[in-house]
Design a protein around this ligand. Structure first.
Ligand code: SAH
Ligand code: SF4
Ligand code: F3S
Length: 452
C-alpha cells in the first residue's frame, strides 16, 4: 500500500482540508503516515497569511527535495504536492522556485488530486482555477474507524471564502468568494461524525457567522438557526464556531448563546485594533465602541462568556496614540486568550501599498507590550476558574498514569486523576490549580451537560 504524508500550516480550515485530502486518497489506496521519509506522496498544505508562514514552505520544500533525491537513489519515487493558500496565491511560481514539486493545487481544487497525480506522471501540473462545482460533492467520507481515530472533537466546514476584503488580508484572494454549504449536507456530515462518537463540533469558516446556507425548505438559514438544528443531533453536546466577524453577530446568533446549552460560552471574535481610524483603513466597517457594545450585548445573555481575539500591531500608519487605543480596548473588554501579530505586508493587498509602513523595531515593541497585557489577562482568567466546578469533555488519557485530559467550556485543557472515566464523557471537575497552560482539578460528579 502506498503512503501519504500531509503537513498543514495556518488555520483550522487547513486542518480540516488535510483530513479531507487524506480521506480521498484513502479511497485511492494511500494510507496515512506521520513519517515523511516513508511517504510516496508528500502534501504540504500551506498558509499565505503572513510572509513568514509563506516562506516557511520554501525551506520545507528544500528538505523535501533532499528526501526525494535520497529515496530516488533507492529506486523509490516520491510525488510532492503543494496545496493550500500559497498554492493558490503563487501558482506556477512554486514550480519555478521549487524543482521538487510535481503538483500545485488550490484550496478549491483538491478534489481533483487523483487526476492531477495521474497527469503528473508526464508533466508538472498546476490547478488553481476556481471551479464551478462544489468540491465537497466529490469528496468521499472517511470510514467510521478513521473518524473515531480523530477523537471526540471534530471540525466541520460550513462556509468558506470571504467577501470582506480587509485591506491587510489575502484570504479573499486565496479562498475566493464566500460560499455556504447547504444545511442538508452539513447535517449529513454531523450525523456521520456523531455516529462515530464525536461529541463536540466546531463549525468552521473564514467568516463563519456570515453563514447563509440553503435550508431543507429552500429558505436561507443563518448560523443561529443552524446551531439550533445541530444541537438536536443525538450525541452532539457541544457546539463551537470560528472565525467570526463582529459585523455578522446577528440577534439570532446572540440568542443562541442564551438558548442553547450546547453552544459553549466562548467566542473568538477578532477586533484587530482599538483605533477607529485604523479600523477604518483596515476596512473592518465598525468602530472600537461598536465592538465594546456588541460584547456587552452578548455578555448580557451569556454572562460567562470567555472572549478571544486576533490583533495586528504596526498596521501602516499606526501611531503610538492609535496603538494605545488597542491597549485600552483590551483593558476594557478583557480576553481569555488571543493571537497577536506584527503587520506583514502581503503582495496584492491594498495595505501593502500604503507608504507609511511602521518599522520592525516599533512593531516588535508594540507586540511585546500587547502580548504582555494579553498574557496577564489569560493567566488571570485561568486563575479565576480555580475553585469553580466546570464541565470537562474528556478527550484522551492524561500525561501521567491514571489521569484523564479534556477541555473546559472555555477551551482550557484540564487534567484530573481518574481511572474510571472514558473518552467522550462529560464530567464535572472542581478546579484546584491553574498551571501555565492547563488546569488541574478533581472529579466531583457527572457533567451538567446531559450525555445525550
Ligand atoms: N477571518 C478572520 C481572520 C482570518 S486570518 C477574521 O476576519 O478575523 C487570521 C488572523 O491573521 C487575522 O485575524 C489577523 O489578525 C491576522 N492577519 C491577517 N492578515 C495579516 C497580515 N497581513 N499581517 C499580520 N496579521 C495578519
Ligand atoms: Fe481576512 Fe477580513 Fe476576510 Fe477575515 S474578514 S478573512 S481578516 S478579509
Ligand atoms: Fe492561512 Fe489560508 Fe487559513 S492563508 S490562515 S491557510 S485561509
Amino acid at each position: 500500500m502506498k503512503k501519504v504524508f500531509v503537513k498543514s500550516y495556518g488555520c483550522q480550515m487547513n486542518v480540516y482540508d488535510a483530513e479531507r485530502m487524506a480521506d480521498m486518497l484513502a479511497s485511492e489506496g494511500y494510507s496515512e503516515t506521520k513519517a515523511m521519509e516513508e511517504a510516496d506522496l508528500v502534501i504540504l498544505n500551506t498558509c499565505h497569511i503572513r510572509e513568514k508562514a509563506a516562506e516557511k514552505v520554501y525551506s520545507e520544500l528544500g528538505r523535501v527535495r533532499e528526501l526525494k533525491q535520497e529515496r530516488q537513489a533507492h529506486g523509490r519515487e516520491t510525488k510532492v504536492v503543494v496545496a493550500g493558500c500559497v498554492a493558490q496565491a503563487e501558482g506556477k511560481e512554486i514550480l519555478r522556485r521549487a524543482p521538487a514539486v510535481d503538483v500545485v493545487v488550490g484550496p478549491q481544487n483538491y478534489h481533483n488530486l487523483p487526476a492531477l497525480l495521474k497527469k503528473s506522471r508526464t508533466d508538472r501540473v498546476v490547478d488553481t482555477e476556481f471551479p464551478i462545482e462544489d468540491k465537497f460533492d466529490h469528496l468521499p467520507a472517511p470510514t467510521k474507524a478513521k473518524t473515531q481515530s480523530r477523537g471526540v472533537s471534530a471540525f466541520l466546514t460550513i462556509q468558506e471564502g470571504c467577501d470582506k476584503f480587509c485591506t491587510f488580508c489575502v484570504v479573499p484572494y486565496t479562498r475566493g468568494a464566500e460560499v455556504s454549504r447547504p444545511v442538508a449536507k452539513i447535517l449529513d456530515e454531523a450525523l456521520r461524525l456523531a455516529d462515530a462518537g464525536v461529541r463536540e463540533l466546531t463549525l468552521i469558516g473564514q467568516n463563519v457567522n456570515a453563514y447563509h446556507g440553503e435550508g431543507p425548505d429552500g429558505s436561507v438559514w443563518s448560523l443561529g438557526r443552524l446551531l439550533h438544528r445541530l444541537a438536536d443531533v443525538p450525541g452532539i453536546v457541544r457546539l463551537r464556531y470560528t472565525t467570526s466577524h463582529p459585523r455578522d453577530m446577528d440577534d439570532e446568533l446572540i440568542a443562541a448563546h442564551r438558548d442553547l446549552p450546547a453552544v459553549m460560552p466562548y467566542l473568538h471574535l477578532p477586533v484587530q485594533s482599538g483605533s477607529d481610524r485604523i479600523l477604518d483603513v483596515m476596512n473592518r466597517k465598525h468602530t472600537g465602541d461598536e465592538y465594546r457594545r456588541l460584547i456587552e450585548r452578548i455578555r448580557h445573555v451569556q454572562p460567562n462568556l470567555a472572549l478571544s481575539s486576533d490583533f495586528i500591531v504596526g498596521f501602516p500608519g499606526e501611531t503610538d496614540a492609535e496603538f494605545e487605543e488597542t491597549m485600552r480596548l483590551v483593558a476594557d473588554v478583557g480576553f481569555s486568550s488571543s493571537f497577536s501579530f506584527k503587520y506583514s505586508p502581503r503582495p496584492g493587498t491594498p495595505a501593502a501599498e500604503i507608504e507609511a509602513q511602521v518599522s520592525e523595531a516599533v512593531k516588535a515593541e508594540r507586540l511585546a507590550r500587547l502580548q504582555n497585557l494579553l498574557e496577564m489577562q489569560r493567566q488571570a482568567f485561568n486563575h479565576g476558574t480555580v475553585g469553580q466546578s466546570l464541565d470537562v469533555l474528556l478527550e484522551k488519557p492524561g500525561r501521567h498514569p491514571g489521569q484523564m485530559a479534556g477541555k473546559s467550556p472555555y477551551l482550557q485543557p484540564v487534567q484530573f486523576q481518574s481511572d474510571r472515566h472514558a473518552v467522550g464523557e462529560i464530567v464535572t471537575v472542581r478546579i484546584t490549580q491553574a498551571g501555565s497552560n492547563s488546569l488541574f482539578g478533581e472529579w466531583v460528579g457527572p457533567g451538567s451537560q446531559a450525555a445525550a
